[in-house]
Design a protein around this ligand. Structure first.
Ligand code: ADP
Ligand code: MG
Length: 439
């Protein structure tokens, strides 16, 4: 087959992939090339490792199905870096786990009042690592763009800093690698790997809680990098001082640079994000529908994307155009869930019922175990299931201050880890709170 024909087959396959899996289709699919095609095997050429990884993880099944449907026979699909497309300049060294997500760039990040500071500080750090904010600490609830920003910094720094060693990983991976190194008797190897990078980016550092030995190791890694002017970027679901059981010296270091909070996005930002996500997938979306999604889905940005996918999946399944009416139908079930936020009252109702105590007791000064435990469980659940601050939670439970709430959360968290019965009880209460009607 001539090269031109081969590329046409790929174009048809890409069209089919888009119909089969709109959530993972991207406008940059147009830039993919064919490296090899012999009827039974198709090797797709990609510009970089991040693209290969994305296609391999998210799109292999849809590519295989599409190739089969278009060609009429079984085709094994593979993705590889297309070296011809690569500039001769060697790629800077970087190690990232997971590999950088090709969508998570500054270009694809919508800036609004809720994330302006976090975004600006990430841009500054990627331009001049080690020289502006060190460490940079981002925090905010789940689904508000922390991981996206961390990847964006790494993308940018990779472009900018030839040869710099950038290490991005989740805190869980850091801890697991450390434990593995201890098991293998190779702690020195672990240390030399992490203490010699130019930029260390660790996502979700709340995972360090209660892991004393890992905290110690992290402390020394931090110092080694910091003292050498190397950039450190961290993210977590709460500010340093509110991460349970985090050593004071780590809290203090995390506060040395800039601590930037990300808030839930405003309506305008949500609409702009929906439009950006649609554009990224090569979908056309009317303003009316983007506004509808922005109004209906408020909780987190991951859910905004989910709504978009649900709408397009319904359109593809029914072979219909995306209209407002179709969007409303697609989101009907989802919205009921999204509209129903868990409140402290839901939590108090479930806990008082389970322990057979009264709200007045929880709010009172009583300190008997039969009252203290349910009160602490309320605080723990409110912390984990709602967006209220420690102060607000304390306010609902008899005007207690934030350190009392924090102490309660730590205590229940510890009990949950060490006592399977407590763990089961918390799971059961959480289930009841999510489905109050079924009790
Ligand atoms: P977190 O790490 O805070 O839980 P993520 O970075 O995983 O959140 O973000 C969840 C999803 O929302 C990702 O797909 C991300 O691209 C998207 N997202 C979050 N904030 C924005 C934004 N401001 N603009 C565009 N997409 C965003
Ligand atoms: Mg994340």
């Amino acid at each position: 087959m001539a090269a031109q024909e081969v590329q046409t087959v790929l174009t048809e396959i890409l069209g089919r992939v888009k119909a089969l899996d709109p959530a993972n289709a991207r406008h940059w699919f147009e830039n993919l090339t064919v490296l090899h095609f012999d009827g039974g095997s198709l090797v797709v050429g990609c510009p970089d490792e991040a693209t290969v990884q994305f296609l391999h993880d998210k799109c292999k099944t849809s590519f295989t199905r599409a190739a089969q449907q278009i060609t009429g026979h079984l085709v094994a699909v593979e993705f590889r870096i297309c070296t011809e497309q690569q500039p001769s300049r060697p790629r800077p060294a970087h190690r990232t786990e997971p590999p950088l997500h090709p969508d998570y760039t500054f270009e694809n990040f919508v800036v609004g009042p809720s994330n302006r500071l976090a975004h600006a500080s990430c841009v500054a750090v990627s331009q001049s690592p080690g020289n502006t904010y060190n460490p940079l600490f981002l925090y905010g609830n789940s689904g508000l763009g922390k991981t996206h920003l961390l990847h964006a910094v790494c993308h940018q720094a990779r472009e900018k800093l030839d040869g710099a060693v950038i290490q991005l990983l989740s805190c869980e991976q850091f801890v697991n690698r450390f434990i593995h190194a201890i098991g293998e008797g190779n702690v020195l190897g672990f240390q030399s790997q992490f203490r010699t990078v130019d930029m260390l980016v660790i996502d979700d550092v709340q995972f360090l809680r209660e892991r004393e030995q890992s905290q110690q190791e992290f402390f020394h890694t931090f110092n080694a990098l910091y003292n050498n002017g190397k950039q450190i970027i961290l993210s977590a679901d709460s500010p340093p001082a509110e991460i349970p059981s985090l050593e004071a010296r780590l809290i203090s270091r995390f506060n040395w640079g800039l601590v930037a909070r990300i808030d839930p996005p405003s309506y305008e930002t949500r609409v702009a994000i929906v439009q950006k996500k649609a554009q990224l997938r090569g979908l056309h979306i009317s303003e009316e529908i983007a506004e509808y999604i922005g109004q209906k889905v408020q909780a987190n940005i991951r859910e905004l994307e989910g709504a978009l996918t649900t709408i397009y999946a319904l359109a593809v399944t029914n072979g219909q155009d995306v209209t407002l009416e179709l969007a409303q139908r697609a989101l009907e079930g989802q919205i009921q869930l999204a509209d129903r936020h868990t409140t402290i009252s839901d939590i108090i109702a479930a806990v008082t019922k389970h322990f057979d105590v009264r709200l007045a007791d929880l709010q009172s000064k009583k300190r008997s175990q039969s009252i203290t435990m349910p009160r602490q469980i309320c605080m723990y659940l409110a912390r984990n299931l709602t967006r209220h601050s420690l102060e607000e939670i304390g306010g609902h439970l008899g005007g207690r201050d934030h350190t009392t709430v924090m102490h309660a959360c730590n205590k229940i968290d510890q009990a949950k880890r060490s006592d399977p019965k407590v763990n089961a009880l918390l799971n059961e209460l959480t289930r009841q709170i999510a489905n109050p009607l079924r009790g």
